[in-house]
Design a protein around this ligand. Sequence first.
Ligand code: UDP
Length: 491
Amino acid sequence: MVRLIEPEHHLSLGDYEAVAHLGAAVSDLRHEAESLRSAVGTRRVWMVNSTPRGGGVAEMLPPLINLMSELGVDARWLVMQTDEPDFFRLTKRVHNLVQGHGEPEITEDERGLYEKISYETAEAISEYLEAGDVLVVHDPQPLAAGALIRQELGPDGLVAIWRCHIGLDEHSPQTRTAWDFLCPYTEPYDHAVFSAPEYIPGCLSGKSTIIHPGIDPLSHKNRELPVHKIVGILSNGGLTGSAELVPSPSFDHRAKRLQPDGSWAAATEPEDFGLLYRPIVSQVSRWDRLKGYVPLLRGFSRFKETLGDLDELDELPRRTLERVGLVLAGPDPTGVSDDPEAHDVLDEIRQAYMSLSPEIRESIAVITLPMASAKENALIVNALHRCSDIVVQNSLQEGFGLTATEAMWKQTAVITSEAAGLRQQVRPGLDGHTVRDAEDPDAIAGALHAMLRDQKRRELLGHNAQQRVYSDFLIFTQIRSWLELIVGTLA
Ligand code: UDP
C-alpha cells in the first residue's frame, strides 16, 4: 500500500560547491538553512507521491530529500501503491480535469473508490509517522489519504502540506468538476503549494504559496556530457549506428522504435536514424495527450511539406532543412505504474505517424525509452537533449514543464507552447520561442522554420535560457523555499 523509497541520488552539497558556477548558490543555501534547520528540529519531513519513477515529481524528490537531509532536516520518501487499476484511471482523469480536459463528471461510485483506497493508504502511511512529523503530499493521488491522517492526528500531531504540481489558468466545467471533487480533501491541510498563482483554486486561496520546481544541475539528466559519452549512451540504447551494442545481463536497455510498418521493435543492429549527423528536433515527455505529441507530428509534417514552397531558400539551407529529423521519446509504458493512458496515447501517435507519407515517416523517430534503470533512462534523455538543435515542449496544458527547464539548462534552444506552466519559464523571444496555438500545425511549422533557419538566434536563446534556469529554477532555490515554508507552517 505504501513503500519507503531510498532516493537514488548520490551527490553531496560539496559536489555542487566544487563546480565553479554553482558554488555561490550552494553557500547561500547553507547559510540560510542554518537557522531554518534548527526551527525544524527533530521533526521528520515525509514526502508522499504515487510513483517512484517517471514524470516530474519523481524526478525532483530524490535530490530534494537528500540535500535537505544533508542540511540537517530528516526528510524521507513514501510512495503509495494500489492493486486497484481503476484508482489510477480515476486520478488520471482528475489530473486531466484539473488541466481542463475530459468529460466533466465524477460519479459517486468513483468517489467511493477514491476514498476506499485513500483509507487504506492513510493507514499504511500512519504506520511510519510520529507525533510532530511534517507530511508533504504531492498531487491528487494521495491527497485524501493525507487529509484523513491530518484529521485523525490533529494540529499537534502533524503538520500537513499539499503540493499540487498541476493547474490551469482558466475556469471551465472541467476544472470546476475537478475542484468540486478535490476541495473537500484539502480542508484539513495546514497549507498548499502551487507552481503558479493562477492555479490556486478558491478553496485554497487563503493558505497557498508558490514554489517553482527546480532541477538538479549535476543529475544524470542534466550534467555535462562529453561528446564520446553522448555517442556511447545513444549507441548502448540502440539509437545510433556509430558503435557496437553492449548487451546488459540484467535488463534490456535498448529503446524501442516505431517501425515504418507501424510495429514496435528494439534495435537488434544499432539503428541509424542519424541523431548525431542531422539537425534534430525532439520532444521527450510522458505519453500524455496533453503533451501535444500528435499536433507536433502534424506540425513537423507541415514543416516538411512546405519546404518546397520556399523558393527564396538557397541550395545549402534547403538541403540542411530537408535532413531535419524529429524525435518523439518517452518512457516505455510497461515501466510506469501510475500512467494508464500511455498505451492509448502511443497508439494515437502511431496512427498519426502511419497517416504521414513514407518520406516524412523516414525523418521521424518515435522511441520508447527503457525504464529498468533510472540512471540509464536519465542519461539517454540527457544525450537526446544535447544532440538536439531544438527541444520542443508542445504541451496543451502544463503545470510547470521540467523538460523545458532541463533543455534550457543545456543551452539547447526551446520551442514551447504558451501553456501556463511554460509561460512561467520561457519569456518569448528571450529564453525561447513560443507557439501561440499548440494545436495548429501551421503555427508549429512556422516556429520550426523560424528557428531552424537561424542558428545565431538559437544560440542566443539557449544562452539566455541557461542563465534563467541558473537564477530561478535550480534545486537550491527550491530547497530554501521548502524549508522556509515548513518553518512558517510550524510557527
Ligand atoms: N522523463 C524521463 N524519461 C522519459 C520522459 C520524461 O526521465 O522517458 C522526465 C523528464 O526528463 C522530466 C520529467 O520526466 O524530468 C517530466 O516532467 P515534466 O514537469 O516536464 O512533466 P510531467 O511528467 O511532470 O507532467
